[in-house]
Design a protein around this ligand. Structure first.
Ligand SMILES: [Fe+2]
Length: 261
């Protein structure tokens, strides 16, 4: 037996096979439609998925990078890294629930069957999150001999999950947004968004804000934070500000001071 045949094949994960690649966007003219929505002359429509997906994309990218850089010999760093992955999976579970309960419900109300493709993706994502959770537990429990492999398996599965989610989110931001715009006014979409916010437990809201606020444009951040400044008790807003600042660059912090003055 030569050295090559002694190498164990990279394990396939039962119940977690990457789905066939899907087109990045189901709506071929989505860039044109985005341009139309951004045109100064048009009343700009509310993009209900946009900010939260920016936060999720940032959280997912951060998790993959952190896992790739883990110090396998440090029990503390391993634990911190796995906790960050567990946090991401929790965010993903919550996000799926928000979309199923509120956005898919709104879509089905006006066009029965319109949420089927994304609902199917979500069922696959739930299985993927369960599989990743098991692999995460295995990585945490792995002995020194199996540790490198356990973390590598987790890393590759997480990267695949993130890739699937990026493609999925683009379909939501193009096709689903278009359908929602056809059937709901911005006031109605904002009402749905407020229902989602009301559904988020206060202790989880800070985690969502931690990922969304630093990872949107300066202008989006300023608009969101001015709204919070106006609508929140000052001590609560101070808490949000303290939370977000460490995740901003010096330039972004200075800009935020100007924007909130
Ligand atoms: Fe989704």
């Amino acid at each position: 037996m030569n050295a090559r045949t002694q190498v164990e094949a990279f394990p396939l994960v039962p119940g977690y096979q990457p789905r066939p690649a899907v087109p990045a966007a189901s709506s071929p003219d989505f860039i044109a439609r985005m341009a139309a929505n951004d045109a100064a002359a048009a009343p700009k429509r509310h993009e209900i998925y946009h900010a939260v997906h920016k936060g999720l994309r940032a959280a997912m990218s951060d998790a993959v990078v952190r896992l790739g850089r883990v110090d396998l010999d440090s029990i503390t760093h391993r634990a911190e890294t796995l906790a960050a992955i567990a946090d991401l999976l929790q965010l993903c579970r919550e996000h799926l629930e928000h979309e199923n309960n509120f956005l898919h419900t709104a879509m089905e109300r006006v066009v029965p069957g319109s949420s089927c493709t994304c609902a199917d993706d979500h069922r696959h994502h739930v299985k993927a999150i369960d599989a990743l959770t098991s692999r995460l537990d295995e990585a945490a429990a792995a002995d020194p001999l199996g540790r490198e492999r356990a973390f590598k398996v987790l890393y590759r599965l997480l990267a695949t999950f993130v890739a699937e989610n990026f493609a999925h989110m683009e379909i939501e931001e193009s096709a689903n947004t278009e359908l929602l715009w056809q059937h709901y006014s911005d006031a109605e979409l904002l009402a749905i968004e407020h229902q989602i916010h009301a559904h988020i437990k206060p202790e989880r809201m800070m985690t969502w804000l931690r990922w969304i606020l630093p990872n949107v444009t300066r202008q989006q951040r300023a608009a969101m934070m001015r709204g919070m400044q106006a609508g929140m008790p000052p001590e609560l807003f101070a808490g949000v500000l303290d939370m977000v600042k460490p995740h901003l660059s010096a330039f972004e912090r200075a800009a935020l001071v100007v924007d909130l003055a």
